[in-house]
Design a protein around this ligand. Structure first.
Ligand code: PMP
Length: 406
């Protein structure tokens, strides 16, 4: 059994003790956003209570304290992801912002006829910015196909790669299927033809501690709110050589070296990409969230979440007419499923009335739903603070929904 003391961990999360419709909340929508422990909430209150000030500007004490705390958070992120230099960490509002920043930068690099490859299991935020980029540049978007199990077809990927390939983008973990993609292999193969790789780590970061230097990835994106941090903050990791090459995304304060009406020169990395007043409290709280997760330990988190995933998979599969989408052996804490003959939305509505929070719909990944020929799925997604009892409540709820709807 697990080494984690889940009941003690749950006490860190005030929201987990609330009720919904008079029933205890069973929160199984962690892939959409994770909950926030008191240790992170306290950091936000402390910031606004004691040293709220704009950073990198003032000489006054509060501004210095805020700057130091914000930059310390960057340092924590560097250590956590084993990043070579803090210059390579751009604070953004999250994964969507990070991807748009890179896609915008490549507008001035790609030429008509260049090729970019996208995996078949991407979130819309790792599809749409690239389509917009292709419209601007005349580059061609090609899709790496997947199997019925929800695994990328690596032979097809190798065939798609050529001297024309400039960029490959793929998630580390699929939010709709839970598949852990073989990103090391994807990165190494792309580099053989001189293509850069962006890995969307939005869904992996809470479950897998990625070593970005070891992966040798060119870009990696993270949203803090998926890893026990607040919304509206995340990072773009980019190799320094790439970040030097890309033009700034937004202009404004903070990102300049010198401004005259004739010409502006830009600040050094990472500030070149950080225009305007950032989410200071969010950045500091992101650092606290990383501390919180590391105090529990990623090995323990992974082991326990795998246990939960196996238990939930077996329990759900025992229900008549239940089909799981995403059956790869390499998965994290997501189970996407449907009940034969029943619309996912109807199941989600009944589960909600029972206090069980799951997501229903296309999960911002319509191409995956098209691939399976379904309108959507019911998605239960787990975190280390979920329990087997909560899985049992989910299973009982799904059985009840089936009886009511069939
Ligand atoms: N990619 C994946 C795989 C995701 O799961 C999500 C969040 N659902 C995103 C990108 C977008 O992240 P954000 O909304 O935080 O920008």
């Amino acid at each position: 059994d697990t080494a984690l003391d889940i009941q003690t961990i749950r006490k860190d999360f005030p929201i987990l003790s609330r009720e919904v419709y008079g029933r205890p909340l069973v929160y199984l929508d962690n892939a959409a956003t994770s909950q926030t422990p008191r240790q992170v909430l306290d950091v936000i209150v402390d910031y606004y209570s004691r040293y709220n000030a704009n950073i990198h500007r003032g000489v006054h004490a509060l501004s210095q304290e805020a700057t130091d705390a914000y930059e310390l958070a960057r340092k924590k992120i560097q250590l956590h992801f084993n990043i070579g230099s803090t210059k390579e960490i751009i604070f953004t509002s999250g994964t969507t912002h990070s991807i748009n920043l890179v896609a915008n930068g490549f507008s001035s690099i790609l030429k008509a006829g260049d090729e970019v490859l996208v995996s078949a299991m991407e979130h819309h935020s790792n599809i749409v910015p690239w389509q917009m980029l292709c419209e601007r540049t005349g580059a061609i978007l090609k899709v790496i196909p997947m199997s019925q199990d929800g695994e990328l077809l690596m032979d097809n990927y190798r065939e798609l790669l050529s001297g024309n390939t400039r960029l490959v983008f793929c998630n580390h973990v699929s939010n709709a299927l839970g598949t852990i993609n073989p990103i090391k292999e994807i990165i190494d193969e792309a580099h053989k033809v001189g293509a850069a790789v962006l890995v969307d780590g939005a869904q992996s970061a809470a479950h897998i501690r990625a070593d970005l230097q070891e992966l040798n990835v060119d870009f990696y994106t993270v949203s803090a709110h998926k890893m026990c941090g607040p919304t509206g903050i995340g990072i773009l990791y980019g190799k320094e050589e790439w970040l030097q090459k890309l033009p700034p995304y937004q202009g404004g304060g903070e990102m300049i070296a010198e401004v005259t009406f004739e010409k502006t020169t830009y600040a050094d990395l990472p500030h070149k990409f950080e225009a305007g007043t950032p989410n200071i409290a969010g950045g500091i709280a992101f650092g606290a969230a990383i501390d919180y997760l590391n105090n529990i330990g990623f090995d323990a988190i992974e082991a326990y979440e795998n246990e939960l995933l196996e238990y939930a998979t077996a329990s759900l599969l025992a229900i008549d007419g239940l089909k799981i989408y995403g059956t790869s052996k390499r998965k994290t804490s997501v189970i996407s499923f449907n009940l034969e003959g029943i619309h996912p939305y109807d199941v989600g509505t009944i589960l909600d009335k029972l206090g069980i929070a799951v997501r229903t719909g296309h999960h911002c990944a319509q191409p995956i739903m098209d691939f399976f020929g379904i309108p959507g799925t019911i998605r239960a997604s787990f975190s280390f603070y979920n329990t087997k009892e909560e899985v049992d409540t989910l299973v009982a709820g799904v059985i009840k929904a089936r009886e009511m709807l069939l």
